[in-house]
Design a protein around this ligand. Structure first.
Ligand code: SF4
Length: 49
């Protein structure tokens, strides 16, 4: 998988500002057609326990 840098440190897949999930799923964020990064979101996020 591509290297994914992610600043969402509270995600359990985050290690040293990098994503270590085997795969991630990114979806639209409340819109039908995204026009900028704010309109996408990582749905693989899982809060650290
Ligand atoms: S799963 Fe998503 S939110 Fe979590 S570290 Fe990876 S890219 Fe970031």
């Amino acid at each position: 998988m591509s290297k994914i840098k992610c600043t969402v440190l509270e995600c359990q897949y985050n290690k040293n500002v990098m994503c270590e999930a085997p795969m991630i799923q990114v979806n639209h964020n409340g819109v039908k057609s995204s026009m900028d990064p704010q309109e996408t979101q990582c749905d693989t996020f899982k809060q650290k326990i």
